[in-house]
Design a binder for this molecule. Structure first.
Ligand code: ATP
Ligand code: CA
Ligand code: CA
Length: 461
C-alpha cells in the first residue's frame, strides 16, 4: 500500500495492472486467433510477441486511460496449443479473463506474488519472478511433451505467459487453472510439502477468513489421514508418482500439493443450524423440494450408498435458476458434465481438468446423493472420508513448480541445514524432495480403504 492508500505491486496500482492484463490478453488472443492453425514447431517455443499500448491508442491498439505500457506474449502459438489440448476455446478464455473484473486473492506465500481469480472461477493469474518466467520458457518444450504423453496430471496447466511493462517495471505473470472452487465454502485448505520445518500456518494466516494451512496443521487435524477407496487411492498415488518423476527430471523442487477439503456432512449441519424453524425431520423434507423423490430418507447423510458418489455426477442437479452460470463453470472446469448423468454412464471426454478426471479414476459407483446434498456439492471432487466418518470431496493439484534447484536453492539449503536437521528442511535436492513428498502423501495424508461404505468407516458415532 503506497502513500496515497493505493494497493500497489512493484509500485504500480494493482487495479491498473489488472486492467492492463485484461487489455493485453484480449489483444494477444485476438491476434493468435487470426493466425491459421498449424502444427507446432520447435522455434515457436522461443517466440516473444511485443505490442505497445500507448495511452492515446496505437496502430493496432485502442486508447485507454492508464499509463502507456508494453505487453509481451511468450510463445503464443505453444500456449494456444496447450489451451486447445484442454478444450479451452478462445471466446471462453477471453470471456473469463476480460469479461469481468478479476478478484485479487490474498497470498499466504512469502514470495509477494499477486494472485487474481477470474469471476467465473476458471483461471488463476499469478505474478512470477523474472527467473521463474525464464524457467518456464525453458521448460515449455518438455512440458508440452509431458502433457501430450499424459494429459491426466496434477501438474499446473499453464495457459499463458505474459509480461506487462510500464516505465522501467516488468511484471510477468502466468495464467493457469484454478484448483479450488469458490462457489462453495471449503472446510479447510492445505499447502502440503512433506516437510515439518516451518510448516505451520502463521497467526496472521489463521486469522484470515479462508486460511491456507500446512503440514503440521494437517497432522494436528487429521492424524490418521483421509480415507480413499482403493481404486481412487491407487490412481491418485500413481498420478502423483508420474508427476513427481517429471518434476525430478526438471530438477524442480519446493512445490506443494494444494488440497481443498469440502466436508459435506459438516456443511449440512451448519445449514441445519442456520435454518431458523427447522427440526431434523422437517429439514429432510425441505431437501426434496424440486428434486426427484429419494428412498434414502432422513438417514441419507450417513447412507452407505452415497459414499462412493462422485461430486461430478452430483452437479447434475444444480438449481435451474443458476443454470447458465453453472453450465459455464462446469464447462470451464472440464466440460465434462453433460456426460455425467445420475446413472454414472461416463462419456469419453478429452479434458482432464477436474481432480477426479486428472487422476484418471473413472470407476466410480452410481450416484445416490440426497437432492439437497447435490445442491451444495460442486463438480469433480474426489470422494473421501475423515476419521469421524464424514463425507468429503477433495480438490487438489501440484502448485508452485517454477523453482529450480540449481538456480537458486543451494544457498538456502546450506543455510537452513546449519540450524536444523537437514532431513526436515523443506529445501533439499530434487530427488530427496520428490521421494519425501510422495511418501508423505502416500502414508500420512491419504489412506487406502477397501470401501468407504464399510461400517467401521462411519467413525465412532
Ligand atoms: P511461496 O513461494 O512463498 O511459497 P508463491 O507466491 O509462489 O509462494 P504459491 O505457493 O504458488 O505462491 O501459492 C500460494 C497460495 O495461493 C497457495 O497456497 C494457494 O492457496 C493459492 N494458489 C496457488 N495456486 C493456485 C491454484 N492454481 N488454484 C487455486 N489456488 C492457488
Ligand atoms: Ca509455495
Ligand atoms: Ca514460489
Amino acid at each position: 500500500v503506497d502513500d496515497e492508500g493505493q494497493v500497489t505491486y512493484k509500485k504500480r496500482p494493482t487495479n491498473e495492472i489488472m486492467r492492463a492484463i485484461q487489455l493485453g490478453i484480449q489483444n494477444s488472443v485476438g491476434n493468435e486467433a487470426q493466425k491459421p492453425s498449424r502444427d507446432l514447431l520447435t522455434q515457436d517455443f522461443g517466440v516473444c510477441e511485443i505490442v505497445d499500448f500507448p495511452r492515446e491508442g496505437g496502430k493496432l491498439t485502442m486508447a485507454h486511460t492508464m499509463s502507456s505500457f508494453t505487453f509481451k506474449t511468450y510463445a503464443p502459438l505453444a500456449f494456444r496449443h496447450f489451451r486447445k489440448l484442454y478444450n479451452i476455446d478462445i471466446s471462453q478464455f477471453l470471456a473469463s479473463i476480460c469479461g469481468e473484473e478479476l478478484e485479487e486473492l490474498s497470498n499466504p506465500g512469502a514470495s509477494g506474488s499477486i494472485f487474481y481469480r477470474t469471476a467465473d472461477d476458471n483461471f488463476i493469474i499469478k505474478t512470477v519472478q523474472h527467473k521463474e518466467a525464464k524457467y518456464l520458457q525453458r521448460l515449455l518444450l518438455q512440458y508440452y511433451l509431458t502433457l501430450t504423453q499424459n494429459p491426466r496430471t496434477l501438474l499446473p496447466k499453464f495457459y499463458g505467459l505474459y509480461c506487462y511493462q510500464c516505465g522501467s517495471k516488468n511484471i510477468r505473470f502466468v495464467v493457469m487453472n484454478n484448483l479450488l472452487p469458490s462457489t462453495i465454502r471449503l472446510t479447510e485448505k492445505y499447502d502440503l510439502k512433506g516437510s515439518t520445518y516451518k510448516r505451520q500456518a502463521s497467526n496472521a494466516e489463521r486469522a484470515k477468513s479462508s486460511p491456507t494451512f500446512k503440514d503440521l496443521d494437517f497432522k494436528a487435524l487429521h492424524e490418521t489421514g483421509l480415507s480413499l477407496e482403493a481404486d481412487i487411492y491407487t490412481s491418485l498415488i500413481e498420478c502423483i508418482s508420474r508427476d513427481c518423476l517429471v518434476l525430478e527430471s526438471f530438477r524442480i523442487m519446493d512445490y506443494s500439493l494444494l488440497l481443498g477439503i469440502y466436508n459435506l456432512d459438516q456443511t449440512l449441519r451448519e445449514r441445519e443450524r442456520q435454518r431458523p424453524t427447522s427440526s431434523v425431520g422437517a429439514a429432510a423434507t425441505v431437501g426434496f423440494a424440486g428434486g426427484a423423490p429419494s428412498t434414502s430418507g432422513a438417514g441419507a447423510a450417513t447412507s452407505a450408498s452415497a459414499l462412493t458418489a462422485s461430486a461430478a455426477a452430483a452437479s447434475a442437479s444444480f438449481d435451474e435458476s443458476d443454470g447458465n452460470q453453472q453450465q459455464q463453470r462446469r464447462a470451464g472446469r472440464g466440460g465434462s458434465v453433460e456426460g455425467l448423468q445420475r446413472g454414472w454412464s461416463l462419456k469419453k471426454i478429452s479434458v482432464f481438468n477436474t481432480p477426479i478426471e486428472s487422476i484418471n479414476a473413472e470407476n466410480t459407483a452410481p450416484i445416490d446423493l440426497h437432492s439437497d446434498e447435490m445442491d451444495i456439492t460442486p463438480v469433480g471432487g474426489i470422494p473421501a472420508r475423515n476419521a469421524k466418518g464424514e463425507r468429503l470431496f477433495l480438490y487438489m493439484g501440484i502448485i508452485d513448480i517454477l523453482q529450480n534447484y540449481r538456480l537458486f536453492k543451494k544457498m538456502e539449503h546450506a543455510m537452513k541445514s546449519i540450524i536444523t536437521d537437514g532431513d526436515t528442511v523443506s529445501v533439499h535436492n530434487p530427488r530427496f524432495y520428490s521421494e519425501r513428498f510422495q511418501l508423505y502423501l502416500k502414508n500420512d495424508v491419504f489412506k487406502k480403504v477397501e470401501s468407504l461404505d464399510e461400517p467401521h468407516m462411519l467413525g465412532p458415532n
